[in-house]
Design a protein. Structure first.
Lengths: 247, 272
């Protein structure tokens, strides 16, 4: 589903943020990326979404190389790629249902949706996505009134409304309490299984990676250190990712 | 037991005498400077307070002649009063239409290029720098006497304030939901209508209501240069020494200004 081949990113100041990175994530697979601060985890996701342009390499989404696309073609290709962040990034003054349905805007460009109207065909689906994340009863509530955990689940529902093949998550539980964090991880794991979405999730919580990931990828100084099924990932290998100097 | 008084000495009662003297001298210089500025203003405006005392009789005579207000003229003043309010409404509406796209170009986090940013900022600054009375004179010359040039003048002058405050509001908004919408594949206009507008709408409405309130007050004066409304009627009545009509018009102006101010304040409070 998602294949990265020799992905590299060098910043204008010469710093190599990502180096020759290879990764394949199949449909329905839940991959967790672990690494210390500044190791290149978020940069990896930013490259995949093409928020930044990689210096070299390929990003294959199905049969499309995102690196070869620009403008409208890139926008269309990105419809299959959803993203959630540490903070839910909802439009706080709109209701929960509007926020979720907004995830489908890219597929519906009409006069109505251009001027603030929601795609009518998507409202029913948006309600079902909200039900899927367990928040159907909050559909009409203003997004700004939600708790952190609820807001993150709404962000996931918005990602589902996009009907993605790949879901990227950048520290989605970093600002949540342990119970809410477990809830979000269970939800992501279930979505990977039931919706057959390929999920790449950047985390700092090693225990959550052991509990929910199918595969764990270790990254350090922009290079992949390991890419293993979670059962084969040793505590020592994970520990080495966070050491100040390379072991 | 010993107590360290060093911090207090540095700032307060224990400070060195030379430091206290310096502080007193600085205060003295600042006070003298303030006094000098006030005196020069007094001289430049050729202030003559005694003239106020000798002129009290003239003012009292004028007020006596303006009483009682001539309420028989009330029906004839309603149309100009409506014109005055509508000049402000029209001007505010024109101002929003021009200011909103300009504000997007003039907001550092939205502008497509530096050239567009500086061009939009320059245009906004220019419309603000030229007073509304000058704009009114220009538009009276262009389209003739009446309320239309008044509305245009207020519209163009409003761009200055609305554009600047709209741009500042856009610059201060949380960009995370906007980036999130962009990454869903939404088009620019959809990001604008579904992300930007809902995020900043209450602030934009508050600024607009404040401007409308200002424009109502400005539209009263624009009549003095032939741009219609109740101001034109006030000028005519004063030129014809119809002081009782003048007092009626002043009462109507007072009601309009106070009413607009109260409604604007009430709505802005509800929005916040």
């Amino acid at each position: 589903m998602l294949r990265l081949r020799g992905l590299s990113l060098r910043y204008p100041n010469g710093k190599l943020a990502l180096s020759d990175f290879d990764l394949t994530v199949a449909a329905g697979e839940f991959v967790v990326v672990l690494g210390g601060n500044g190791s290149g985890k978020t940069t990896l996701l930013r490259c995949i979404t093409r928020t930044v342009r990689p210096s070299a390499g390929e990003i294959w989404l199905g049969n499309t190389d995102l690196c070869a696309l620009e403008g409208e073609k890139l926008r269309r290709a990105r419809l299959a790629l959803a993203m959630i962040w540490q903070h839910a990034s909802l439009v706080r003054r709109r209701c929960v249902l509007s926020n979720v349905a907004a995830g489908a805007l890219g597929r519906h460009f009409t006069l109505r949706t251009a001027f603030g109207g929601l795609p009518a065909a998507e409202l029913g689906a948006a309600r079902s996505y909200l039900a899927e994340v367990g928040l159907a009863e909050l559909a009409d509530q203003r997004a700004g009134t939600l708790s952190g955990g609820q807001a993150q689940r709404v962000a996931i529902a918005r990602a589902l409304a996009q009907r993605p093949q790949v879901l990227l998550a950048d520290e989605p539980v970093a600002s949540l309490d342990p119970e809410a964090a477990e809830e979000i991880m269970r939800l992501l794991q279930r979505l990977a299984r039931t919706e057959r979405i390929a999920i790449v999730c950047v985390l700092h919580q090693v225990e959550l990676a052991y509990a929910y990931a199918d595969r764990v990828v270790g990254i350090r100084d922009g290079r992949m250190v390991f890419d293993l099924p979670r059962a084969q990932v040793s505590r020592e290998a994970v520990h080495r990712l966070y050491l100040p100097e390379a072991a | 037991m010993s107590v360290d008084l060093a911090p207090q000495r540095a700032h307060g009662f224990g400070a060195a005498p030379w430091r206290r003297a310096l502080s007193a001298a600085t205060r003295c210089v600042v006070a003298l400077l303030g006094l000098a500025i006030f005196i020069q203003a007094f001289i430049v405006v050729q202030a003559r307070p005694q003239d106020l005392i000798t002129g009290v009789h003239g003012m009292a005579d004028l007020i006596r002649r303006a009483m009682p207000p001539d309420f028989s003229q009330l029906p004839a003043t309603l149309w100009p009063a409506l014109q005055t309010v509508d000049i402000a409404l029209f001007g505010t509406f024109v101002g929003i239409i021009i200011a909103l796209p300009l504000a997007l170009l003039a907001a550092a986090n939205m502008t497509p290029s530096r050239v567009a940013y500086y061009a939009a900022r320059g245009l906004i600054g220019f419309t603000r720098a030229v007073p509304d009375l000058v704009w009114a004179l220009l538009f009276v010359t262009a389209v003739g006497l009446g309320p239309f040039p008044g509305g245009l003048a207020l519209g163009v002058h409003s761009v200055g304030m609305l554009g600047r405050l709209f741009a500042e509001t856009i610059e201060q908004m949380d960009m995370a939901p906007i980036h999130a919408l962009e990454l869903t594949g939404a088009r620019r206009i959809q990001v604008f209508s579904h992300g930007i507008i809902p995020s900043i709408l209450p602030s934009l409405l508050g600024i607009t209501l404040y401007r409308l309130d200002e424009n109502i007050r400005s539209s009263l004066v624009l009549g003095f240069v032939g741009a219609g409304g109740i101001g034109f009627q006030l000028l005519t009545a004063m030129n014809l020494f119809q002081y009782q009509e003048v007092s009626l018009l002043l009462i109507i102006i007072f009601v309009i200004v106070l009413g607009a101010e109260r409604i604007s304040a009430e709505l802005r409070e509800r929005l916040s």
